[in-house]
Design a protein around this ligand. Structure first.
Ligand SMILES: *Cc1c(COP(=O)(O)O)cnc(C)c1O
Length: 328
């Protein structure tokens, strides 16, 4: 199938209506995070305020609501660093179907805790996202569960793309969007929605320099694997899959730039959001701020939206960072 037919802007409009009721149209607020750059209009898209604390609920809702009655009756399984698993558990509970979540042993305790509260069955297996995924695929074989992939799926990409539609509605002057990048479902959906309206809107991905698999895949010209590293942006960990079907090609075709940021820059950005806005974002959610502040974005416009993708960080980390940067 040609790439432009896999997910269309029309599909994303349909999804917006489908997922209403499970998903919030999130606020877009003006930001002072960049006082040094006069005349630039920067706004923050607060996906931190979604049910379960991240945008992942958009894709999960769209994918699960699209399942047949037979598939719903058998239940769903997924593999997740945390936020996607929480989103799948939430949607499954809201519409009354069985969910099993596979996570690796690297997932932080606060996220394990939240998953345990969610009502889903939790399976902790392996040292990486890829090992947890192998376990999930076994469960698909054994129980006939439907795998809800975290990013490389047209229904997931379509659901995440509803952020792009909200941006078009709330911020018609938008010329640049800066988006956290891991598997690429989020940025692909947003890019499809925005570029269909105006191909000149620039779509910029930001990731941590500690092992961004998509960045290295783009440089290699094909999907590659990398070892996972410790990072404050733990929600950006994980591969894109050597057999990646969709997001690699979408990112290759629709993303204008990918910028990498250091751990110190991510920490500084989290502190900036806490101190300037009195809001907590997780490391992954702060990377667009870090990217903007780094000065590494080549072609920045005048009307910029930053996607603050999630807020699920443990309180100790948030406190440590705000104290370190003088917030107290
Ligand atoms: C999953 C996630 C991302 C990255 O989304 P992809 O679709 O994998 O690129 C960014 N931020 C947060 C908070 C996430 O949970």
């Amino acid at each position: 199938m040609p790439l432009q037919d896999v997910v269309t802007q029309q599909d994303i409009f349909v999804a917006q209506a489908r997922i209403r009721g499970l998903v919030r149209h999130t606020p877009l607020i003006p930001s002072e995070v960049l006082p040094a750059v006069a005349g630039v209009d920067v706004r923050l898209k607060l996906e931190t305020l979604q049910p379960t604390g991240s945008f992942k609920v958009r894709g999960a809702a769209n994918r699960i609501l699209n399942l047949s009655d037979e598939a719903r009756a058998r239940g769903v399984v997924t593999v997740s660093t945390g936020n996607h698993g929480r989103a799948v558990a939430y949607v499954a509970r809201e519409i009354g179907l069985k969910a099993t979540i596979c996570v690796s042993e690297r997932v932080p305790p606060n996220k394990i805790h939240a998953l345990k509260q969610s009502g889903a069955e939790l399976v902790i297996h392996g040292q990486s996202q890829d090992e947890a995924e192998t376990r999930a695929l076994e469960l698909v074989e054994q129980h006939g569960f439907t795998m809800i992939h975290p990013f490389d799926d047209p229904d997931i990409i379509t659901g995440q793309g509803t952020i792009g539609i909200e941006l078009l509605q709330d911020f018609p002057q938008l010329d640049t969007v800066i988006v956290p990048l891991s598997g690429g479902g989020l940025i692909s959906g947003i890019a499809i929605a925005l570029k269909a309206a105006n191909p000149a809107i620039r779509v910029i991905g930001v990731s941590m320099d500690a092992g961004c698999v998509m960045y290295h895949s783009l440089r290699a010209g094909k999907p590659v694997q990398l070892p996972e590293a410790e990072t404050l942006a733990d929600s950006l960990n994980g591969g894109i899959g050597l057999a990646n079907r969709y997001t690699y090609r979408f990112v290759e075709n629709f993303v204008d730039e990918v910028v990498l940021v250091s751990e110190a820059e991510i920490e500084g950005a989290m502190a900036r959001v806490i101190l300037a806005h009195h809001m907590i974002v997780e490391g992954a959610g702060a990377v667009p701020v870090a990217g903007l502040l780094s000065g590494r974005v080549q072609n920045m416009g005048q009307h910029i939206a930053l996607i603050l993708s999630g807020g699920n960080v443990d309180t100790q980390t948030a406190l440590r960072i705000s104290e370190k940067f003088g917030g107290g």
